[in-house]
Design a protein around this ligand. Structure first.
Ligand SMILES: *Cc1c(COP(=O)(O)O)cnc(C)c1O
Length: 228
């Protein structure tokens, strides 16, 4: 199927999931994850009006940004090394993967130098899997408090990656937990203003929508299986 057909299919699934859970489909943004996808194929997504693109490698993002029209808005969704921060600050719409204090400090330092405020999401390891990056749920509140000292970072919400399972229904508790965590932080830390929930990938995005996701990170569902 073409990228265009895939997207029509995805949108109808998002609409159905939104209807089931009493949500407005217009509140849900698709981030097209373009890792390993060549620029000419990414253009097909931009042609459909989706302009938010996600990459997990800085260099790949920079190379593609040069090959694509300027309306593309880039989202850094992967684990970020501190020595790569320079390539990201000032180039991206949103960083989804703030997962440790050292990274926050380095982003804040670069942002201060460039006189920018960088919007980002905190990646939370809700499932507690050893293999996953992210702040533990129990440490989130303290992390948010610490971040208030970094004035060139603006935390806009939370991100998580659910465990990969055959039955997407099994991801529901993790997505629900992320939403509840965000709500608790907003309640206990007035002014924290967590509004964005980046959760849901190809395998599990319908469940994520039902649980309140407002950003979906979709790669395979749009472009087909990745060839490495
Ligand atoms: C690759 C990737 C995605 C997209 O995965 P699909 O299963 O292909 O939709 C989403 N989020 C992150 C962090 C990724 O690295």
């Amino acid at each position: 199927m073409s990228v265009h057909e895939n997207l029509q299919h995805i949108v109808s699934k998002i609409e159905a999931a939104a209807r089931r859970s009493g949500r407005n489909p217009g509140d849900i943004k698709i981030i097209a994850v373009t890792k390993h996808v060549p620029a000419d194929r990414i253009k097909k997504v931009l042609d459909t009006g989706i302009e938010d693109l996600g990459e997990n490698r800085v260099q790949e993002m920079i190379t593609k940004a040069e090959q694509l029209p300027p309306q593309a808005r880039w989202h850094m969704i992967g684990h970020l090394q501190t020595n790569k921060v320079k390539g990201v600050v000032g180039r991206v719409e949103l960083i989804h993967s703030l997962d440790r204090w050292k990274l926050a400090q380095e982003i804040d330092r670069q942002a201060t130098e460039q006189d920018l405020i960088v919007p980002m999401l905190i990646q939370v390891n809700v499932s507690g899997e050893d293999t996953k990056f992210g702040i533990n749920s129990s440490e989130l509140m303290d992390f948010l408090v610490a971040l208030q000292d970094l004035h060139h970072i603006k935390v806009k919400g939370l991100m998580t990656i659910a465990p990969y399972v055959d039955n997407p229904e099994e991801t529901r508790p993790f997505f629900r937990e992320l939403r509840l965590l965000g709500g608790r932080c907003n309640e206990k830390l007035p002014g924290s203003g967590l509004e964005l929930l980046s959760m849901g990938m190809t395998n599990d995005f319908e469940v994520a929508v039902e649980e309140g996701a407002n950003m979906l990170r979709l790669g395979t569902a749009i472009f087909g299986a990745r060839r490495y």
